[in-house]
Design a binder for this molecule. Structure first.
Ligand SMILES: Nc1nc2c(c(=O)[nH]1)N[C@H]1C(S)=C(S)[C@@H](COP(=O)(O)O)O[C@H]1N2
Ligand SMILES: [Mo]
Length: 331
């Protein structure tokens, strides 16, 4: 019996006996940390970073790394859209309405010097230099789905920080109920402004509580580098649970208001584009269904489209903002 017990013990040594101490300690910490809630999100970020190797041409632009985000829902496990797709298939009508126009024509956009005016219902209005904004709060990596109202989507690793970092510092007054985001409109740099497809400048807006939500991102980079011009350099908004058009590029002004602001797409086609524009598979665009979408770079013309998720998959985080609202009326 003694002999057998010994043999059995030998067959099943505990990890600490056969593993170098440092490796064992690291594994133990890893397991302990896996048991915490943060692990899932960080693991997803890690897996996605591994995928960068295949998708990214590093060092095209200045590095802008971000720490793994701790905001709930700020990381998705889904495969990242390739850097080349993220930066060559764009909507940025100031440079033209063709998907290839922004990458072809935005190279000339001058992103320094750059300032953002903060005005309206705030105690601390002012003009913020881009260099100040870059240092205002720690940069985080956020891996968000982006769903365009046209029916395509991407998964993009943004770098930035929650817009509420800036909002808290400028101290909205009790009258502030909405926030309007004005983007650059400079005819000398933006050939698309000659077209009357929209009223320029491109203005978008959010309710103050939407703007304050931790998922609402002020983005300065993607794929660990500063934003390419065609993606909205030097800074843009990213509101992941709304259709992409709510996420204004190349911001120059943030205005806090009491009344709901007029927004470019709502003015252009009010029956098609509402102020809220929450991603909603049950509310169709008047000219097409919003129930499904095609993931750029993955789903081909003959691939079955993938289902679109309520609030683009961020319902657990943002559903409460719309409790009791008729989302068919407030589309
Ligand atoms: N200033 C400005 N911002 C804009 C747009 C635009 O035409 N002008 N297009 C919007 C639309 S429709 C989408 S889908 C996203 C696309 O962002 P991406 O090109 O970085 O994927 O930007 C949004 N922000
Ligand atoms: Mo869009």
């Amino acid at each position: 019996m003694r002999y057998l017990r010994h043999a059995r013990t030998y067959d099943h040594p505990v990890a600490s006996e056969i593993t170098p101490r440092a490796v064992y300690a690291a594994r133990r910490d890893w397991l302990r940390w896996m048991a915490t809630g943060a692990a899932g999100a960080t693991l997803a970020a890690w897996a996605n970073r591994q995928a960068w190797a295949q998708t990214r041409a590093p060092g095209r632009l200045a590095a802008l790394p971000g720490a793994a985000s701790k905001v709930a829902g700020a990381v998705t496990m889904e495969k990242l859209t390739a850097y080349d797709d993220v930066t060559s298939y764009n909507n940025f009508y100031e440079f033209g309405t063709d998907k290839a126009d922004p990458a072809r024509r935005a190279g000339r956009l001058k992103t320094r010097p750059w300032t953002v005016v903060v005005e309206g219902e705030v105690r601390k209005p002012g003009t913020y230099d881009i260099e100040t904004l870059l240092k205002l709060a720690p940069m985080e990596e956020r891996i968000y789905r982006l769903r365009c109202v046209e029916g395509w989507s991407m998964v993009i690793p943004w770098v930035g920080y929650s817009l509420n970092e800036l909002i808290r510092r400028v101290e909205p007054t009790g009258n502030a109920k909405y926030v309007a985001f004005h983007t650059l409109a400079d005819k000398t740099q933006m050939p698309g402004l000659n077209s009357r497809v929209l009223l320029w400048p491109y203005v978008e807006g959010l309710r103050l509580d939407e703007a304050m939500h931790p998922l609402t991102l002020l983005a300065f980079g993607l794929y660990g580098e500063v934003l390419p011009n065609q993606n909205g350099a030097p800074l843009r908004l990213v509101v992941p649970w709304k259709y992409g058009f709510k996420s204004g590029k190349s911001l120059v002004k943030i205005r806090f208001t009491e009344k709901q602001p007029q927004t470019a797409w709502n003015v252009a086609a009010p029956h098609e584009y509402g102020f809220y524009a929450n991603v909603n598979p049950t509310v169709d665009h008047p000219r097409w269904s919003q129930a499904t979408e095609r993931r750029i770079g993955e789903d081909g013309l003959f691939t079955r489209k993938r289902p679109t998720l309520m609030f683009n998959g961020y319902e657990a985080q943002v559903g409460q903002l719309y409790a009791g609202m008729d989302l068919k009326k407030y589309y």
